[in-house]
Design a protein around this ligand. Structure first.
Ligand code: SF4
Ligand code: SF4
Length: 295
């Protein structure tokens, strides 16, 4: 079983549209959306959810107002300003409550409450799903608003995708990874067979590509580059090709700017479903390169 991860140094390079196109071209693949902080592959793939699960990435403190004596010690101790007097509390006396978005789960309040009135529970940080799509099974997630621990969720999604691939005898996993170089990206790429970096010919695209290649090199992961909208700035495209060459990273394709990408998105279609034209041909060639490089 092989795993190819599509990432980008920054958002907005067309990574997800290109991943959807790869999913449409793949045979016998499981699809995983690990861009959990801004998941949008589902907008094109329209998954039919078969299993829904809660995701807990940590713990959160909750005050039991029946036990709370209103001493305020927890509010004084909380370094994250998550505990305040609860104006809506009933039953008389000062009652405090914890804002779940601000709570960092440090457990200080739990330990120091004189009457043990604070519970420490699994936080509900989001949901993850197993779905059917027209291109094959898909594992994806929805992180709650202002929730963190997305690296842990990414690991979970990849693990479930591997289990499904094994169960259903699929020989390939295509992952839409997170942009940037932070924890979710590291969680997306570690142990992968091939990373495809989608970039664009802008100064920030060129700079961020360099940082991503630093990251993949550090983990010793085979990496290739795909330059999207390559014709909008041929000069920087050439600089990216040169920069990739110096770092022994193969440029497996250049895709010209094409409004068909937007039109396909509006119709919730992969570009390769929307058009059989030149652009679709270019992406098919890139996919063939990916299969070749996966070995
Ligand atoms: S420390 Fe305990 S008793 Fe005191 S306000 Fe906080 S929850 Fe209530
Ligand atoms: S667990 Fe830590 S962050 Fe959360 S409310 Fe208690 S003291 Fe504040």
């Amino acid at each position: 079983m092989k795993e190819v991860i599509v990432i980008s140094g920054k958002g907005g390079t067309g990574k997800t549209s290109i991943t959807a196109a790869f999913a449409s071209l793949a045979q016998n693949a499981v699809i995983a959306d690990c861009d959990v902080d801004a998941a949008d592959l589902h907008l094109i793939l329209e998954p039919d959810i078969t299993t829904e699960n809660n995701f807990s990435g940590g713990k959160t403190a909750v005050i039991n107002t029946d036990k709370c004596i209103g001493c305020g010690k927890c509010a004084n101790l909380c370094r994250f300003d998550a505990i305040h007097l609860d104006a809506k509390a009933t039953g008389g006396g000062k009652k405090f409550s914890i804002d779940p978005i601000s709570c960092e789960g440090c457990k200080v309040c739990v330990e120091f409450c004189p009457v043990r009135a604070i519970d420490f529970k699994d936080a509900l940080n989001g949901k993850w799903f197993i779905s059917k799509t027209r291109f094959g099974p898909m594992v994806h997630a929805k992180l709650g608003i202002a929730e963190e621990n997305s690296g842990k969720l990414v690991c979970l999604i990849r693990q479930k995708a591997k289990e499904i691939a094994k169960e259903q005898n699929k020989d390939l996993i295509i992952v839409d990874g997170s942009p940037g170089i932070g924890c979710p990206v590291i969680a997306s790429i570690t142990g992968a067979d091939l990373v495809i970096v989608v970039t664009e010919p802008t100064l920030s695209g060129k700079h961020d590509l360099d940082r991503v290649v630093d990251l993949t090199s550090n983990f010793g992961i085979k990496t290739a580059v795909c330059i999207n909208k390559a014709d909008i700035n041929p000069e920087i495209t050439e600089q990216i090709v040169e920069q990739a060459g110096k770092r022994n990273v193969k440029v497996i394709g250049k895709i010209a700017y094409d409004e068909s990408f937007t039109k396909a998105q509006i119709l919730k279609a992969a570009i390769t479903e929307y058009t059989g034209g030149f652009i679709a041909g270019e992406i098919k060639k890139i996919w063939q390169e990916i299969i070749y490089n996966l070995g």
